[in-house]
Write a protein that binds this ligand. Structure first.
Ligand code: NI
Length: 139
């Protein structure tokens, strides 16, 4: 960690009260820690937008495994993008429904393209992509 800098922030009292109430319910020990997390979140989001460097991402999909050929298509796509996929966790929700979380690592553009291909397969009921970071170059 580099040099620590202190700075003052001016804001509306009502806004600060709302912020304090949120960070307190989330269990933050100080405003500084919450602000640091917000800034890191902005940096990661910005790096995804500008597609800079190596990134991480997680794709969640929920689907009906009895749907014809969906399982094999999903597996085929995952093998096709094997260089970007670190692991896949499969969870049997009930007799019909499954959830899979797939962890990606690589160039943002390639991850997003692969995740879009997987989540757009016919028969997927729900999908959500979560942008993440390797944590490198993030103080
Ligand atoms: Ni299953």
């Amino acid at each position: 960690m580099g040099e620590t800098v202190r700075f003052g922030v001016s804001m509306d009292r009502e806004l600060l009260d709302l912020f304090d109430s949120i960070i307190s319910s989330k269990g933050y020990s100080s405003r500084s820690e919450a602000i640091r997390d917000l800034i890191r979140g902005m940096i990661v989001e910005e790096r995804w937008k500008t597609r800079e460097g190596e990134m991480m991402g997680v794709l969640i999909v929920v689907y009906d495994h009895t749907q014809r050929e969906l399982c094999s298509r999903l597996t085929r796509e995952q093998h096709h993008h094997g260089d970007l996929i670190l692991c896949t966790l499969h969870f049997h929700i009930d007799e019909m429904n499954c959830m899979e979380t797939t962890v990606f690592r690589g160039r943002a553009e390639e991850i997003k393209k692969a995740a879009d291909e997987l989540s757009s397969l016919r028969g997927i009921k729900y999908s959500k992509f979560i942008f993440a970071t390797t944590g490198k170059d993030l103080p």
